[in-house]
Design a protein around this ligand. Structure first.
Ligand code: B12
Length: 201
């Protein structure tokens, strides 16, 4: 059975350069765009943009939305908070999946924590859609997960997405926040991603 109620979470931590920017979770908006037509509800929760302790905020959203799948984006600086969010989600009965640079780098370590069910390695767009549609990680390329005996299973890598234009734009319409930057405080800002064409000289 497919996953139907998805909560995507960005941890609250502001580290290094993100003190100057509100860090827009573009990665979560990309994967939300891939599944919004095949699920009942997908919510993007940016804990950096919410008021109050993150534990209280996440508990509120878990109770209100009752998600069957909670996805957490993590860079290395989000390690501890990401794991705590996963624990709270697991306690509420959701399956948990981590994605982003950090989980891609250390899937074994993160899967050693009981509250982490799955890791999406690398580009998440097609992998996450297949995971949500299938309702589980078996045979989904790009996923690492725990088997029936708690053993770690690494499915084969997924090929890079060659035609990036085939992807939908990030689901900015799901955004609940007005993001800003201290560098230009009188304006909104947004993130654009462009293709880098390598040219040999
Ligand atoms: C742009 C950028 C920034 C910008 C962000 C601007 C903005 N407003 O968004 C700024 C300059 C602010 C920044 C700051 C920092 N950055 Co930076 N940044 C990048 C960069 C160049 C691109 C990130 C990006 O937007 N990618 C595009 C989006 C769409 O991809 P994505 O988020 O990865 O999401 C995809 C997958 O990862 C996956 N995915 C992601 N999350 C999830 C979640 C789930 C559930 C699933 C299923 C899938 C999934 O699916 C998505 C779609 O394919 C990367 C390097 C790179 N070339 O990618 C470094 C990078 C992410 N940054 C890095 C670092 C170290 C930092 C800083 C700590 C630097 C500092 N010392 O201050 C801070 C930390 C900020 C923070 N709180 O996390 C490291 C992270 C290393 C690590 N292991 O965690 C990277 C990888 C660079 C590097 N190689 O060192 N950064």
């Amino acid at each position: 059975m497919s996953f139907k109620r998805i909560l995507l979470v960005k941890p609250s931590g502001r580290h290094g350069l993100s003190y100057a920017f509100d860090l827009i979770p573009t990665g979560l908006e990309y994967i939300a765009a891939m599944v919004e037509d095949i699920v009942d509800e997908v919510t993007i929760l940016d804990l950096a943009m919410e008021d109050g302790p993150y534990q209280k905020v996440i508990k509120h959203y878990l109770a209100a939305l009752n998600p069957d799948l909670v996805g957490i984006t993590m860079s290395a600086t989000d390690h501890s908070e990401g794991l705590e969010i996963a624990r709270l989600a697991k306690d509420k009965g959701a399956m948990t999946v981590l994605g982003g640079y950090h989980p891609t780098a250390i899937p074994n370590e993160l899967l050693s924590h009981p509250q982490v069910d799955m890791i999406v390695r690398g580009e998440g767009d097609l992998t996450f859609k297949e995971l949500v549609f299938n309702g589980g990680p078996k045979d989904v390329r790009g996923i690492s997960y725990k088997g029936a005996n708690e053993e770690t299973i690494h499915n084969p890598d997924r090929d890079f997405i060659e035609d990036l234009d085939s992807l939908p734009f990030p689901a900015r319409h799901l955004r609940k926040y007005i993001y800003g930057t201290k560098l230009l405080p009188d304006r909104d800002y947004d993130t654009l991603i462009d293709k880098y064409e390598h040219q040999s000289s």
